[in-house]
Design a protein around this ligand. Structure first.
Ligand SMILES: Cc1cc2nc3c(=O)[nH]c(=O)nc-3n(C[C@H](O)[C@H](O)[C@H](O)COP(=O)(O)OP(=O)(O)OC[C@H]3O[C@@H](n4cnc5c(N)ncnc54)[C@H](O)[C@@H]3O)c2cc1C
Length: 352
């Protein structure tokens, strides 16, 4: 029996599983998925949980039931690559012959004092539920600060505005414009949307510290009720702790087959894997497809084909439920159309 363990049933892990199940797998392969949650989290929609505009059921999906797959639910504590086993709470260690690490990312607080203790997060289901409660329980005209104006910060701020017109919402943006990786047309559209929807954006911000009831930026301290951190991510701590080579963002370096060069039975996907591309669900999914092909060849005793270069299709973002932005056919597009397209892509992904 060959034992394949997949750690994390998110965008990368689930894609590998689904693709493997579609193939004619040899009978002597046992697949184990380990995740803290007994469902797949649609993380790209977590901003709706933070704003209270989605039911939780709409942002998670059941894992596929298949006799070739065993699910183990628990909090992974350690990946022991020397003895090839996984330690997790409430369960015996899970041994493996082949391993996929698909554990995603967590907040990077960049050493800002108080950020870990006093900010809300959108990075895990447990923490984004807490964020949604904190925002939802605010009294009239409560104050919300979002630190970071990348894709997730923008979506969180816009969705909260649409959900609660009374709240005072402030975005602290390190850059000179929002969404620094996007086209100027998109940056302008988002800036206009925030202006006309009464969301304050402070550019060139440098948050010095966060405390209970306040956030201090560029020497000015604001009284604030809820601070949401969207100012950076880093690979999951379990991946960062592994004795493998990392890049300058602490992501694990892999070869062309997504294998760890020092232990080729270990594969890394998504936010934990070093890549020329920025981390995204789309990237994790495409890497997952390629890893499934490689694994299938390896597990059936063949030679894997070298995966092709990854070509991403561009990013779609939302400004509430009826406005958005994104790249279509390499062109920046704003307004209703990209927003509808984003909903359509989500619907298709869920159906698949
Ligand atoms: C608000 C927001 C909006 C986003 N919007 C977009 C977007 O529009 N487009 C896009 O492409 N990307 C978007 N992203 C990024 C995208 O969600 C991630 O890049 C993607 O989820 C990474 O996939 P992954 O497989 O690496 O990890 P994940 O999908 O995060 O999966 C990790 C899995 O590991 C499990 N896990 C983690 N630690 C443990 C542990 N210790 N024990 C057990 N289980 C564990 C988790 O429960 C989870 O199921 C967004 C992210 C956020 C937060």
């Amino acid at each position: 029996m060959k034992r394949l363990a997949i750690l994390g049933g998110g965008y990368g892990g689930l894609r590998i599983l689904l693709d493997l199940l579609e193939k004619q797998l040899p009978e002597d392969i046992e697949i184990t998925i380990i995740d803290r949650n007994p469902y797949h989290s649609v993380k790209t929609e977590f901003y709706t949980i933070a704003a209270g505009t989605s039911a939780e059921r709409d942002v998670r999906m059941d894992f596929p039931q298949d006799e070739r797959v065993r699910y183990v639910y628990g909090e992974i504590q350690q990946i022991d690559t020397s003895n090839e086993q996984i330690h997790l709470t409430g369960h015996d260690p899970v041994p493996y012959d082949y391993l996929v690490i698909a554990l995603g990312c967590e907040d990077n607080y960049h050493g800002v004092p108080g950020a870990a203790e006093f900010t809300e997060s959108v990075q895990t289901f447990r923490r984004v539920r807490h964020t949604g409660m904190a925002v939802g329980n605010l009294p009239a005209y409560g104050k919300v600060t979002i630190v970071g104006a990348g894709l997730s910060g923008i979506e969180v701020a816009a969705e909260i505005r649409e959900s609660r017109s009374d709240l005072n919402i402030r975005v602290l943006d390190r850059g000179a414009t929002v969404l620094k990786a996007f086209d100027p047309k998109i940056q302008e559209h988002v800036t206009d949307w925030f202006r006309s929807n009464d969301v304050d954006v402070f550019h060139n911000s440098s948050v010095e510290y966060v405390e209970h009831g306040g956030v201090c930026n560029n020497g000015v301290c604001y009284i604030n009720d809820v601070t949401i951190w969207t100012a950076g991510v880093q690979p999951n701590q379990l991946a960062r702790d592994l004795p493998f080579e990392k890049d300058n963002q602490d992501k694990i370096v892999v070869n062309d087959y997504f294998q760890v060069p020092a232990q080729k039975n270990v594969y890394i996907v998504g936010d934990c894997a070093s890549s020329v591309h920025s981390p995204s669900g789309q990237l994790a999914g495409q890497q997952g497809e390629q890893i499934a092909e490689v694994l299938l060849a390896v597990l059936t005793g063949g030679r894997p084909k070298r995966p092709k270069e990854i070509k991403l299709k561009g990013t779609l973002g939302s400004l509430g439920k009826t406005d958005g932005f994104g790249n279509m056919m390499q062109k920046p597009v704003t307004g209703y159309l990209p927003r509808m397209l984003k909903s359509g892509v989500l619907w298709l992904n869920k159906r698949h």
